[in-house]
Design a protein around this ligand. Sequence first.
Ligand code: PLP
Length: 413
Amino acid sequence: MVKLDFHPAGRHFLQIPGPSPVPDRILRAISLPTIDHRGPEFGALGRKILAGLGQVFRTRHPVIVYPASGTGAWEAALVNTLSPGDHILMYESGHFATLWQKLAGRLGLSTEFLAWEGKDDCLPQAPAWRRGVQADMIEARLRKDTAHAIKAVCVVHNETSTGVTSNIAAVRHAIDAARHPALLMVDSISGLACADYRHDEWGVDVTISGSQKGLMLPPGISFNAVSPRALDAARSARLPRAYWAWDEIVAMNRDGYWPYTPSTNLLYGLSEALDMLLEEGLDAVFARHARWAAGVRAAVQAWGLPIQCADPAVYSPVLTGVIMPAGVDADAIRRLIYERFDLSLGTGLGKLKGRMFRIGHLGDSNDLTLLATLAGCEMGLALGGVSLAGSGVQAAMAHFAGTAAPATAGTGH
Ligand code: PLP
C-alpha cells in the first residue's frame, strides 16, 4: 500500500523536471477562498492573467487557458487547426515528441516523424534524443513537398525527457526558406518561463504550454498561444472539437471570463506567478536558469558521467540528463537516493528507461537547494557503486561561488 503519511523531517527535494517546487507565495495565493467565476472580481482577475500571459509568451495575440494537463493542450492545438487525414511533419526529439505524435495518430492525422539518423556510441538506441531539432532536415523535407500536402510542422522546444532545448527561430527560418505555408506548432510545456521564448517574433502559430514547470504552479492548467493564421485555420478545420474549441473561449475572454468553470484557485496562483516573473524580469529569469544549469553540468562533468545532451549549443536551462555507465540501472540509483535522502529525480523515459536520470533545476530553487540536490546524487551514486572521477558538488560550489547571480529588475520572490 502507498504510505500517504510519509513525512520525514525537513523538506522534500522535488528535483524532477516538473512538476517543479511551488514557491510559498504561490501556495498562499492558491489557498484564498474560491470566488464566483461569473462575478465582477473574477473578470478583473481573468483580464489581468490574460494580459500577463501575453508578456510571458511574448505575444500580442490570444492565449487560451484550459483546466487540463499539457496533453489536453497538445490535443487542442491539433483539433482546432487541422482536418481528418491531414498530413503533418513532426520531429522525434525525445519521449514527449513521441507521445505527441501518437496522440496525433489517434486523432486521425497522418504523421511523418523525422529524426536525426547519425550514430551515437553512448546511446545507440536513441541518437536523436541527444540533439536538437535539425532545422535543415525540416527545410529539405518541406522543399520536396511542392504540392503543400504538409499542413503543420510540430516540434518540442524543451524536450523534458532529454534536456535539449531546440532552436525554434531556426525552424521558422527553415519553413520560410522552403516557402512553405505549413503552420508551426511548438510544445514549450517545459521551456516557457525558463528558456527564452518568443511566440510572435519566431512566427509560431500555436505554442502549447503547461502550469507545472517554469510557471511554478501545481499541475492542472495548460495553454495554447495562437497566431492570427492559426485562428484563420480554425475557421475551416474539420476535426471534431467542443470543449477545446478556441472561438467561444476567445470571445468570453474579452471580458475575463470562460465558457466553463475555470480552475479559480490555480488562476490565483497563476496571477501570483506572473507577478513574480514579471517583477524579476524575463531576461533575469532566463539567466538564472542558465546559471543553475551550468552549475549542474559542471557537477556531472566532474563525476565523469556523460550529459545526455551531446550538443552544447542546445543544453537545456531546465534540466540535465545524466547517462549511467553500462550495466548500472539508473532507476535503482534513483530509488536509493529517494529512500536515503528524500530527493526525487526524474526517471529515464521511453527508450531510455533505466539508462539515465534527470535533474530538474527549475521552480522554487536556489544555489543551495541545487548543491543539496547534487550532494544527494553524489552520495547515492557512490552508494550505488558508480565510480566517480571527482566531486561534482565541489565543481558546482566553485561555479556558484565564482559567478554572481544575475541582476533582477525587482525582487520577484
Ligand atoms: N510535453 C512536454 C515537453 C512535457 O514535459 C510534458 C509533461 O511533462 C508533456 C508534454 C505532457 O504534459 P502533461 O503531463 O501535463 O499532460
